[in-house]
Design a binder for this molecule. Structure first.
Ligand SMILES: CC(C)=CCC/C(C)=C/CC/C(C)=C/CC/C(C)=C/[C@@H]1[C@@H](COP(=O)(O)OP(=O)(O)O)[C@]1(C)CC/C=C(\C)CC/C=C(\C)CCC=C(C)C
Length: 398
């Protein structure tokens, strides 16, 4: 039947056709106001003093490089909306269609995120959908139905396509929404590139020796989301402090969420996908062998309850994840007033998953940590209170 494509069709159709740059759709040239933005000056390509580092970065360097670029870009700012020439009628209708499609995909794939965006201003919500959809499509490349055919070369093409959309040449209707978002908010390309790097890691790596190795992965697939979305959430005009700690807090929130996801999904990842997103060296320290995870989990033979080693290991992991949530908290107070409620909600909703793992006596092999609906609902007014009545000035600056 003809008609608007479903969210699934939108993703499948676009992902099947990661096309070379010369085939991409052309967007009308930018308005003069947009061209004069300092951060959109023509880019110098690699090897000619580009914005990429001279050598391959590893571990925490990857995050640090992106962090510095992102907060500096935010500080440099963009063209205020009032200075920009409005898009013509045809362009604004097609942009509307692009964002509508992004909204549909977000609503279908991530109900909680979609609900969270209803707590935002319409412009911030639209931008969040555009970012979500790009992240989702990136993830689908290595986790979706065509994942078994995914190659590093296809990821290279996806990255070329990313560069093009940041230069104002989106390849399709979903990319067009992100190109528009980039025009409206001071987004830097680096966390997007880094997320593609995270997918490259997923193609070749299913074990992590140290926490630093795992941390790099968490940054790439989730901390990067904090860097992508902070310019959209915006900074409170009353906040007079530096941007760097705010961006660090945003990174911490993404990382906390990913560590939480990892702890929730241990059983599924190890049993169904032969993936262990836990530092091997820490498993060793607690006397846990990989084979025990792969064979169905650690249960005591005497009473079938969770093994004490696993309980102790999980307590350690949960404590560390919670520290990342605490680091994130202070940053939320520095965000624009209209962004604090959704961000507090995201923080509280994810943090509850850690409580649910504890309530399951750390059995994340055969039970999925599930937050009851009433607890999720209660998190919303609690978050509203935290957003409205901050306990402290962020980082001691106000
Ligand atoms: C209430 C609510 C949830 C609000 C949404 C707030 C918001 C801005 C969300 C961003 C959504 C987005 C663009 C996500 C990208 C997709 C992605 C990679 C998501 C990963 C989450 C898990 O996804 P998954 O689909 O696996 O989820 P489930 O298995 O279904 O649970 C991630 C692990 C990362 C999510 C990261 C964030 C929500 C961090 C957002 C950071 C900020 C908004 C910056 C905040 C700034 C400061 C200063 C703290």
């Amino acid at each position: 039947m003809a008609g608007a494509p479903s969210a699934r069709e939108s993703l499948d159709a676009s992902l099947g056709t990661v096309r070379p740059p010369q085939e991409r759709l052309r967007r009308p040239p930018k308005t003069r106001a947009v061209l004069t933005r300092p951060e959109q000056a023509p880019k110098v390509r690699d090897g000619e003093g580009s914005d990429r580092p001279q050598r391959r970065l590893t571990g925490r360097e990857v995050e640090e490089h992106a962090l510095q670029k992102c907060w500096r870009r935010h500080e440099a700012g963009g063209v205020p909306l009032s200075c920009r020439s409005p898009p013509d009628r045809q362009r604004s209708a097609s942009l509307q269609a692009s964002y509508d499609r992004c909204a549909k995909v977000t609503a279908e794939y991530a109900k909680t995120f979609y609900l969270g965006t209803s707590l935002m201003t319409p412009e911030k919500a639209r931008a969040t959908w555009a970012i979500y959809v790009w992240c989702r499509r990136t993830d689908e490349l290595v986790d979706g139905p065509n994942a078994s055919r995914m190659t590093p070369q296809a990821l290279d093409r996806w990255e070329e396509r990313l560069e093009a959309l940041f230069e104002g040449r989106p390849a399709d209707i979903l990319d067009a929404a992100l190109t528009d978002t980039i025009d409206r908010f001071p987004l830097d390309i680096q966390p997007f590139r880094d997320m593609i790097g995270g997918m490259r890691m997923d193609l070749v790596k299913s074990r992590y020796q140290t926490f630093d190795e795992l941390y790099e992965y968490c940054y790439r697939v989730a901390g990067a989301v904090g860097l992508m979305t902070s310019p959209v959430m915006g900074i409170d005009p009353e906040y007079k402090g530096p941007l760097e700690p705010v961006y660090r807090a945003a990174l911490a929130l993404g990382t906390a969420n990913q560590l939480t996801n990892i702890l929730r999904d241990v059983g599924e990842d190890s049993l169904q996908r032969n993936r262990i997103y836990l530092p091997t060296e820490e498993l060793d320290q607690f006397g846990i062998r990989e084979q025990e995870l792969l064979r169905g989990g650690l249960f005591a033979s005497t009473n079938g309850r969770i093994d004490d080693r696993w309980r102790a290991f999980m307590k350690f992991q949960i404590k560390r994840a919670r520290q990342f949530f605490v680091t994130a908290e202070e940053g939320v107070h520095a965000l624009d007033a209209d962004a604090r409620w959704p961000v507090w909600s995201a923080l509280n909703l994810y943090r509850q998953i850690l409580d649910a793992i504890e309530e399951n006596d750390y059995n994340n092999f055969t039970q999925r940590a599930y937050v009851r609906r009433w607890k999720k609902l209660l998190a919303l007014p609690v978050s509203f209170g935290q957003a409205k009545f901050p306990k402290q000035a962020p980082f001691g600056h106000k």
